[in-house]
Design a protein around this ligand. Structure first.
Ligand code: PLP
Length: 387
């Protein structure tokens, strides 16, 4: 039976990505590697609209967040961590292990961070060195209004460290334009590639902080990465070459179409999916539409056991989706839509949910689901395909 992978990373790989990942090996000390590296950096810079390099570093998203904290935070630094879910909490924990003086702002799971509350918390602590934020909270399917949060920051501005692990590639993420100082993301979600590579970007202020920092790590020292890039377009250690080629192919898919068009297509799919799921009578976790993620949609079930039975039914039909985390464990079904999905996949997903509901003894109307999904689908501008 064919399987459909709809988890928020790893994702189903587009063919060009899968094929590029199988390219023959080259030596990372030969000129061909420098060409591959430079091309990848140039595509990443276009996606982020940045002039400073976006550095690929081996590791998962967590490794990228760890690299940010290790390069920019010192024991005793005052840090404000804002969290609205499991990954905001993880970022906080990573910073805590650096021995920082941690202050927290917690937002109920399923809601987005309010710019005014961050401003207020920082005004109460003008000595704050760094602010930790999550762009897309994957555990709930919430997008935080990062641009608005940063526009409202009081002076003196802290260093802003942003988790872009599940936002980059699925929505606009412009660290330089928005005033971010350190961004981490990874290969296996919006960049549609296998897991194993994280990407780090620092602002000029971020690089200043990293250069004056006694970095406790050797393998994640970003200053060493930048030095080797500038010296001979190489990396300090053996890079995961296959992943460089895969991500480069994934970026081609996004950039050929144009990032804004690509992001609009992800948003269109997410909106139509939400309408269709509501048409089946399934409850969305995120009630405010403007806070819903274009990359992942979460359904919330109060009664324990319902979410897991639905997931089990879907799995038996070959559809793999994710569950909840932390306090929402056992209460969520999360469907990811990072790759280039269209109407055929949308109707497949809604049909599978309908059948899974039937298997649970519910009798939702497939007609209503498809009609509601289609009404939303056709409201949005149609987008072309890049592959
Ligand atoms: N941050 C966010 C927002 C995530 O969604 C994830 C993974 O889902 C992570 C961090 C951790 O990434 P990884 O599992 O690649 O270490």
């Amino acid at each position: 039976m064919q399987r459909v992978l709809l988890t928020p990373g790893p994702v189903e790989l587009p063919d060009p990505v899968r094929l590029a990942g199988g390219n023959p090996m080259i030596s990372h000390r030969e000129p061909a590697f420098s060409v591959l590296y430079r091309e990848l950096l140039e595509k990443l810079a276009r996606l982020f609209e940045t002039s400073d390099p976006v550095l690929p570093v081996p590791g998962s998203g967590t490794g990228g967040l760890d690299a940010l904290c290790q390069n920019l935070l010192e024991p005793g630094d005052e840090v404000l961590s804002v969290s609205c879910g499991a990954f905001g909490d993880r970022f906080r924990e990573i910073a805590a292990r650096r021995g920082v003086d941690l202050h927290v702002l917690d937002v109920p799971w399923g809601e987005a961070v309010d710019p005014a509350s961050v401003r207020e918390a920082l005004m109460a602590r003008p000595g704050t060195k760094a602010l930790l934020l999550t762009h897309n909270e994957t555990s709930t399917g919430v997008v935080n209004p990062v641009e608005a949060i940063l526009a409202a920051l009081p002076e003196p501005r802290p260093l802003v460290l942003l988790d872009g692990v599940s936002s980059v590639g699925a929505m606009s993420c412009l660290p330089q334009a928005w005033g971010v100082d350190g961004l981490a993301t990874s290969s296996q979600k919006g960049l549609m590639s296998p897991p194993g590579l994280s990407f780090l970007w620092l602002s000029s202020r971020g690089w200043e902080a990293a250069r004056s920092h006694r970095c406790p790590t050797y393998s994640l020292d970003l200053v060493l990465y930048r030095k080797d890039l500038e010296k001979n377009s190489q990396t300090p250690y053996t890079p995961p070459l296959s992943l460089y080629a895969a991500v480069s192919a994934g970026l081609d898919g996004i950039l050929r179409e144009g990032a804004p068009v690509w992001f609009a297509a992800r948003r269109r799919f997410a909106r139509a999916l939400a309408s269709g799921l509501e048409g089946l009578g399934l409850p969305l976790l995120v009630t405010r539409e403007e806070h819903r993620s274009p990359g992942v949609t979460a359904l919330y079930f109060e009664s324990p056991g319902v979410a897991d039975s639905l997931r089990e039914s879907l799995r038996s039909m070959g559809v793999e989706v994710a569950g909840g985390q932390g306090p929402l464990k056992g209460h969520l079904v999360r469907v990811a839509h990072y790759v280039d999905l269209g109407w055929p996949q949308l109707s497949l997903i809604l049909g599978s949910f309908w059948a899974a509901c039937r298997a649970q003894g519910k009798l939702p109307s497939p007609k209503e689901a498809l009609e509601r999904a289609y009404e939303t689908w056709k409201e949005e501008t149609p987008c072309g395909r890049s592959w």
